[in-house]
Design a protein around this ligand. Structure first.
Ligand code: 26V
Length: 810
């Protein structure tokens, strides 16, 4: 490690010359980025090797977190922060006349995830390493991450996210650790000394090549591994050098078809589609990951596979990697010669599963025909798991056909992945208290009755290192000035800020930081969109994926209502507001795309109407992702967390905003409930139906959206404006929204919650006028945000589920 900035500067110049053959004057920003990245990567390599060795020698149990998504964002700044060298580097670069932010900005976000689930996985890796826990990530190295969003005339356009076009400095290709994954073919059963054996024949082999990314812990020497798998053809000399043209083209086709497996991330996280390629991706991840784990287990740990549950845990992040259950069974039975009973004991004591959604549309159910054709041996195993499970159920619930068919893993010609994950795991957890209660009492109640001991809650968290220390360094520094540094390793200590909630000098500092962050965001908005926003207006932000249940629509309807009021009375006394949106819609989710167009259409009208005296601005920032979030969240005054109660499993944006001092306007949904419990009703703006009320309406009816339309003139005006070309739009442009609300009876209760939402926004306005009161509430939020650090969450996973302990790396 560089001991001081002089050493750093010298090494920086040397590395620059070595990596780019350029001097500082000649170097491009990307040259500078590669130089710094290469330096940091090489600094971590000693600790990386050391961590792997120490884990091996310690014989401690390790967790492998299997996830189809890791939404890492950029790594340069967070790695420097975790290595405690951010300041030395910043000062050294300043001396050299180089701006560190300009270098950091060069890194392309690793967008290997859709949203909440993928970002959670990334926060978890950061916390696992920072708590010195032996744990690693297992994922896919997609060639294209989540699409890049462009707005053209207010419409979303998707461009491929070719994030690897520059070398990715953090990865190390490990060809020597490649494994084979098999697809298709058929299974032959044989009798061997009275034992049934299974032989997989005529399969297609795919080479899985791992790329390892170091995961650097905070101020410790731990460097864990995120192993990302890439699909390649198995090349033999014959394939390569054949002189036969036809064979050569065949080979090229084959190569392409193999490489498709790790080509792109599926961008639709709202709708399950039974796509063969997606199932291929899932098995590819699971089989490659598991083979490599077991190979290293055998190489390093002298124990028998019988003891696997004492040595490793396989975590299943949502049902996407649930094939790990039958894959482990396959390896234990077919390759290691275990009996079914022993293999089942080992498997079910090794796997643990997290559920991240109760939306039925997102539940994975694979058609048997597709499953069987692609994974014949795995299908046989799933069938056997199902038969044995149903037999047990029959003993528990004799004669209850309906109950048993509801619980079955295979039914209606489909394989139900959630059922497989629950039956094959020793732990099933939800991601917030309310979500877990809904799983236990409703969505998975029949499973809860069978396995009450498996169910538990682990409320989500976010890494305060990225989302506070790195994204909002000025706030972090004021916090440290006030309460010392202990909060950095013990985020719960942020509670010490409560003492300062009424302290004028601290309040002033917090207000000033917020203003500075708003000025910086205003600059970004101007540069990106040309829109000028008033940094003294309330920055009211909703950034997250676009989904009907997240109700961006409720937000827009409120803006339309405010605008209508201002049109009627331009002198209306309101605190000026800037509404900021960021959201990607799944490419085939037409309703969501219509909402993006609506936001932009309303923005266009509002921002260009001189009558309203600039009291209202609406901004849609394109291509929302991790790095843009890091700019937006520290500048927010108001955090919009307005999902239909019961629908948002947890939410994690809510926690990021709170930690940065924004006040939440939200429903009692997901982790909002726990945020509310922590800060108290005085420090959060809660509105809307409760989850119980929503679920009651779903079960028993009784809600008629049209009667609200008929009786509330504000609602009628807003809805009619969708259809009368008021926004200068084509009259039928927003008809789907209109009919979704009025003809389909407003599935997500937008109209039902409208009145209360508007009223609650009036409270926001009134509260903001008393700046002292506002900043006090803001400090109370920051003070209570320690609970929502992913360090707390991971601590709970480690003790309650994984049974792993910290290992000190010297
Ligand atoms: C589903 C699918 C369907 C097939 C294609 C790709 C794909 C990708 C993701 C998903 C499931 C998405 C589930 C999800 O992201 N849940 C979110 O998880 C967050 C972390 O626990 C939580 O905070 C959010 O409330 C929850 O919506």
């Amino acid at each position: 490690m560089f001991s001081d900035k002089e050493v750093f500067k010298k090494e920086f110049i040397e590395t620059l010359e070595y990596t780019s053959s350029k001097t500082l004057d000649e170097a491009s920003p990307i040259n500078l980025y590669n130089t710094l990245g290469t330096m940091i990567r090489s600094y971590v390599s000693k600790n990386w090797i050391n961590t792997i060795k120490t884990y091996q020698q310690s014989g401690e149990k390790q967790v492998y977190y299997f996830s189809m998504e890791f939404l890492l964002g950029r790594l340069l700044q967070s790695n420097m922060l975790n290595l405690n060298i951010l300041n030395i580097v910043k000062e050294g670069l300043d001396d050299l006349g180089v701006n560190i932010d300009a270098i950091v900005e060069q890194e392309h976000d690793a967008g290997l995830g859709n949203g909440g689930l993928g970002r959670l996985a990334a926060c978890f890796l950061d916390s696992i390493a920072s708590l010195q826990l032996p744990g690693h990530g297992c994922g896919i190295r997609y060639k294209y991450g989540l699409f890049e969003q462009k707005l053209v005339d207010g419409y979303q356009l998707e461009l491929p996210d070719y994030w690897l076009k520059e070398d990715y400095v953090w990865e190390v290709r490990r060809t020597d650790r490649s494994v084979h994954v098999r697809f298709g073919g058929h299974v032959e059963m044989n009798q061997d000394n009275g034992e049934l054996t299974f032989e997989h024949k005529n399969y297609e082999t795919v080479l899985a090549v791992p790329y390892d990314v170091p995961i650097v812990g905070f101020d410790n020497n731990t460097v864990n591994t995120l192993r990302l798998w890439s699909a390649e053809p198995v090349i033999t000399g014959y394939d390569m050098y054949t002189s036969d043209r036809e064979n050569y083209y065949k080979f090229l086709n084959y190569k392409r078809s193999i490489e498709t497996i790790s080509e792109f991330l599926y961008p639709d996280d709202s709708h399950f589609e039974g796509k063969k390629l997606r199932l291929k991706q899932q098995y590819f991840l699971v089989s490659a990951g598991l083979q490599s784990i077991l190979q290293s287990y055998k190489r390093k740990i002298k124990a028998s596979l019988r003891d696997l549950p004492e040595k490793i845990v396989l975590h299943i992040n949502d049902t996407h990697p649930a094939l790990i259950v039958p894959e482990l069974m396959r390896i234990l039975i077919d390759e290691e010669g275990f009996s079914w009973e022993d293999a089942w004991r080992i498997t079910t004591q090794t796997c643990a599963y997290t559920n991240h959604t109760t939306l039925v549309e997102a539940l994975e159910k694979w058609p048997i025909s597709l499953f069987k054709e692609l994974l014949p041996r795995i299908y046989m195993i799933v069938e056997e798991i199902n038969e044995r499970f149903c037999r047990d159920l029959w003993l528990k619930y004799p004669g209850e056909y309906n109950r048993i068919s509801e619980l079955a893993i295979i039914a209606d010609e489909q394989v139900r992945m959630a059922h497989l994950a629950i039956v094959g795991s020793f732990s099933v957890n939800g991601v917030a208290k309310l979500h877990t209660d809904i799983l236990k009492e409703r969505e998975m109640n029949n499973f809860y009755q069978v396995y009450p001991e498996k169910f538990n809650n682990k409320t989500n968290g976010i890494t305060h290192r990225r989302w506070l220390m790195s994204a909002n360094p000025k706030l972090a520094s004021h916090i440290t000035d006030a309460i010392g540094t202990r909060w950095i390793k013990q985020p719960r200590d942020l509670i010490g800020l409560l003492k300062y909630a009424n302290d004028s000098s601290f309040q002033e500092k917090v207000s000033q930081v917020k203003l500075d962050n708003k000025i910086a965001l205003a600059k970004y908005i101007k540069a990106q969109t040309g829109i000028v926003v008033d940094e003294h207006s309330i920055f009211d932000v909703q950034v997250k994926r676009l989904h009907a249940y997240k109700r961006q629509l409720l937000n827009v309807f409120h803006i339309m209502e405010l605008y209508n009021l201002l049109r009627e009375n331009p002198n209306l006394d309101i605190v000026p507001r800037t509404f900021i949106f960021g959201a990607k819609a799944a490419p085939s989710y037409f309703f969501a795309k219509e909402i993006i167009k609506l936001i932009n259409t309303v923005a266009n009208v509002v921002n260009n109407d001189p009558h309203i005296q600039g009291k209202l601005k609406v901004v849609f920032l394109e291509n929302y992702g991790v790095s843009i979030a890091e700019k937006i969240i520290p500048a927010a005054d108001v955090s919009e967390q307005i999902s239909t109660a019961s629908k948002e499993a947890s939410g994690t944006g809510n926690m990021k905003f709170m930690m940065n001092g924004a006040l939440t306007i939200g429903t009692l949904d997901g982790a909002n409930v726990e945020i509310c419990d922590m800060v108290g009703r005085d420090n959060i703006f809660i509105f809307g139906l409760t989850s119980e009320e929503v679920l009651n309406y779903y079960s028993h009816g009784g809600y008629v959206a049209r009667s609200i339309y008929n009786n509330d003139p504000r609602v009628r005006t807003v809805l009619d404006q969708l259809m009368d070309g008021f926004c200068g739009n084509d009259k039928v442009e927003f008809k789907d929204i209109y009919y979704h609300i009025l003809s389909n009876n407003d599935e997500y209760f937008v109209l039902k919650d409208f009145d209360n939402y508007v009223e609650t926004h009036q409270k926001v306005d009134l509260t903001y006028r008393d700046q002292k009161d506002w900043v006090k509430k803001s400090i109370v939020n920051i003070a209570h945000s320690g609970k929502f650090s992913s360090d707390r969450t991971i601590g709970e996973y480690a003790t309650d589920i994984w049974g792993i302990r910290p290992v000190i790396i010297k």
